[in-house]
Design a protein around this ligand. Structure first.
Ligand code: GLV
Ligand code: MG
Length: 328
C-alpha cells in the first residue's frame, strides 16, 4: 500500500512486496503446481502470450483449479487475461473471477492503450463482484504498457481506476511496437552507443506510477540462462526506483528478490536516520529540523528518503543488527 503523505508519495509499512513476479503459463498444470513452492513475491498465471489460442479454454479451467486449491502462501495471486482487442478477454475475466474470485488478488491487463480500457475492466469486475456477492472493488488491476500509444497515455491509465495497483513495462511487445532494431529483450539495441535506449520509457512509467501512488514493475529478461545479464538489467530499473521485475524461471527468483531489496547497510542506515531524526526533532532532542548523524547532515528530506528504503526493507523482512541511540 502506498500513501500520499503531506504531498509526497511515501511507501508505508504495509507495502506488499512485488520484487519478483513469476510468469506461469496457464496451459501447464505442472508449472502451476511447481510455482506454489517458489519464493516469488507475486505469481501471475497467464492466459495471454505464453498460451496458444487453442489451449486458452483449458488454461482458464487449469487456473481456476490451481487458485481454488490454494497453497500459494503469502504470494500475490494475479491472472493475466488477453487484451481487449482479442475475442478472449471477457470470457477470461468472467470464468476466472467467477470461478476463483475469492482466491485472486488482481487481474493483469496486457497491451493497455488508453484509460477507457482500464475502466471497461473495472466495470466488468464490479458486475461480477456484485453478482457473486464478493466485496466490490477488492480485486486489483495491473496495467501492462506495451506500445507507443500506451506509453503516451500512461498517466491517464494510472489514474483510470482505484483498482490499478501496478504499471508494468512489457519490453518485448514494446520493442516490436516502436520497431526497435533488436531481438534481444532488455539489452541495448546494437548500434545505440550513447546511453540506455530504455531510459525514457522506464522513467516515464516510473513518473506516472509515483504520481498516482502505484507500484511499477519491470518486464521479462528472456535469456533465462544468463544470470549475470538478468542482474545487470534488473539492477538498472531497481536503481531508478522500480519495485520489482518479472521472472520467467525459478533461477531468476532469488536474484530479483535481492536486487529489488535495499542493501543491508542502506536498510540499517535508513532506520538509523528515522530514529535519529525523530529524536532530534523532539523536545528532548532540542526540536531541531536539521542535525548531524555521524558526518552526515540530515533533515526532513533525508527522513523521506529513509522512509522509502526502510519500508522496502521491512516489507522484504529485513532486520537491523543494532539500533541508533541518542547521545548520553
Ligand atoms: C511482456 O509481456 C512483454 O511483451 O515484454
Ligand atoms: Mg507482452
Amino acid at each position: 500500500m502506498l500513501l500520499t503523505h503531506a504531498g509526497w508519495t511515501v511507501v508505508t509499512e504495509t507495502l506488499r512486496p512485488r520484487r519478483s513476479c513469476l510468469a506461469v503459463p496457464g496451459s501447464n498444470p505442472r508449472f502451476l503446481e511447481k510455482a506454489k513452492g517458489l519464493d516469488a513475491d507475486q505469481v501471475f498465471l497467464d492466459l495471454e502470450d505464453s498460451v496458444a489460442p487453442l489451449a486458452k479454454p483449458a488454461a482458464r479451467a487449469n487456473i481456476v483449479k490451481a487458485l481454488t486449491e490454494g497453497g500459494w502462501g503469502t504470494k500475490i495471486r494475479v491472472v493475466r487475461v488477453n487484451d481487449w482487442t482479442t475475442q478472449w478477454t471477457y470470457r477470461d475475466v468472467i470464468e476466472v473471477v467467477e470461478g476463483a474470485g475469492h482466491d485472486l488478488d488482481a487481474i493483469m491487463l496486457p497491451k493497455v492503450q488508453s484509460a477507457d480500457q482500464v475502466m471497461a475492466l473495472d466495470t466488468l469486475l464490479g458486475q461480477i463482484e456484485k453478482t457473486m456477492g464478493y466485496e466490490v472493488g477488492r480485486i486489483g488491476i495491473e496495467a501492462q504498457i506495451e506500445n507507443a500509444r500506451g506509453l503516451i497515455n500512461v498517466e491517464a491509465i494510472a489514474a483510470a481506476s482505484p483498482r490499478v495497483e501496478t504499471i508494468i513495462f512489457g519490453p518485448a511487445d514494446f520493442m516490436a511496437s516502436i520497431n526497435m532494431k533488436s531481438l534481444v529483450v532488455g539489452e541495448q539495441p546494437p548500434g545505440y552507443d550513447v546511453g540506455d535506449a530504455y531510459h525514457y520509457i522506464l522513467m516515464r512509467l516510473l513518473m506516472a506510477a509515483r504520481a498516482y501512488d502505484k507500484q511499477v514493475i519491470d518486464g521479462p529478461y528472456l535469456q533465462i540462462r544468463d544470470g549475470d545479464g538478468f542482474r545487470r538489467v534488473a539492477s538498472r530499473s531497481a536503481a531508478l526506483g522500480f519495485d520489482g521485475k518479472w521472472v520467467l524461471h525459478p533461477d531468476q527468483v532469488a536474484a530479483a528478490n535481492e536486487v529489488f531489496s535495499p542493501r543491508q547497510e542502506d536498510y540499517e542506515h535508513a532506520e538509523d536516520i528515522l530514529d535519529a531524526y525523530d529524536w532530534h526533532t523532539s523536545e528532548a532532542g532540542g526540536q531541531r529540523g536539521s542535525a548531524m548523524l555521524g558526518d552526515e547532515m540530515i533533515d526532513e528530506a533525508s527522513r523521506k528518503m529513509a522512509l522509502v528504503v526502510a519500508a522496502k526493507g521491512r516489507a522484504a523482512g529485513m532486520t537491523r543488527s543494532s539500533r541508533w541511540s541518542p547521545p548520553a
